[in-house]
Design a protein around this ligand. Structure first.
Ligand code: CP
Length: 312
């Protein structure tokens, strides 16, 4: 694959190659080798039309650790505010010689359009309510590190599935990796097409907790909602929030995940987010390794990157 637009585009072998490469890169970083020469002379453009903390920073860190030149573009403060189109913005960046373009956009499908306009590889860093494939890869990487092989593992994804690109990408990738996924949400926060997703559906969080190896809480995207979706935040939290009492119903080995940013006290209690079962901070750290693997595999070409370590 030249681009990474959807987690569904990855075969099982592709996904395992990314995860194994991320593991290898993480081990190199663990040996205090901060930088690899792999992408020296390549340019990665981070094209962010929507806000981000984790994804933008970790793509920048990943590209720099592979020695790429990085151009960070944020729509705020750019000529997008004067009405410049995505295509013209992309062509401008292309003229500066982008080998890879990492894009986050509020329109579902924007990375797919971009891939038709630029010569470089396009990586989807989150498009509207559609997909966030590198989040799914870093989540799978985190699960594998904590629990081993994902075949047959029971992963429960809870909350605002309707607006969640993280949920869709995770369901697709986890299915490819052989995990058994259940999504739990109020009926108003499930997409109409949920029946076509490769997962089970439940409306009862308490019933699925004892059977879960992983529980992944989703952010309630209040900015995209009105009162029709659920009565009150307090009611949502009572039925679908993860507090300490509910966490105690999980098996001892189970882990608690959240892609961030969190609404503490809404979908997840602060004491759960900060507990030893939480992998939330670990997910952020793993994001750099997973994104290094993606950039290396898409842009590294035939470079014998790994193994050519350059102590800094
Ligand atoms: N998980 C995630 O995509 O976070 P950001 O929006 O901060 O990048």
């Amino acid at each position: 694959n030249r681009h990474l637009i959807s987690a569904g585009d990855l075969s099982r072998d592709d996904a395992l190659l990314v995860l194994d490469t991320a593991e290898e890169l993480a081990q190199i970083a663990g040996r205090s080798i901060k930088k690899l020469p792999t992408l020296r002379g390549r340019t990665v453009v981070n094209l962010f039309f929507e806000d981000s903390t984790r994804t933008r920073i970790s793509f920048e860190a990943a590209a720099k650790r592979l020695s790429a030149d990085v151009i960070n573009f944020s729509a705020k403060g750019s000529s997008v505010s004067k009405g410049e189109s995505l295509k013209d913005t992309a062509l401008t960046l292309e003229a500066m010689g982008a080998d890879g373009v990492v894009i986050r956009h509020n329109a579902s499908g924007a990375p797919h359009r971009l891939a038709g306009w630029v010569r470089g590889s396009v990586v989807n860093a989150g498009d509207g309510t559609h997909e966030h494939p590198t989040q799914a890869l870093l989540d799978a990487f985190t699960m594998r590190k904590r629990l081993g092989d994902l075949e047959g593992r029971k992963v429960t994804i809870v909350g605002d599935v309707l607006h969640s690109r993280v949920a869709r990408s995770n369901v697709l990738l986890l299915d490819t990796l052989g995990a058994d996924v259940t999504v739990v949400a109020p009926p108003t926060l499930l997409p109409v097409a949920i029946g076509t997703w490769p997962c089970s559906v439940s409306y009862d969080l308490d019933a699925v907790l004892p059977k879960s190896d992983v529980i992944m809480m989703l952010r309630v995207q209040q900015e995209r909602m009105n009162a029709a979706y659920f009565p009150t935040v307090r009611e949502y939290s009572r039925r679908y929030g993860l507090d300490a009492e509910r966490m105690a119903e999980l098996p001892d080995h189970a882990i608690v995940m959240h892609p961030g940013p969190m609404n503490r006290g809404v979908e997840i209690a602060a004491e759960v987010a900060d507990s030893v079962r939480s992998t939330i901070v670990e997910q952020v750290a793993n994001g750099v390794s997973a994104r290094m693997a993606v950039l290396y595999l898409l842009l590294g070409g035939s470079e014998p990157a790994i193994g050519q370590e350059v102590p800094q």
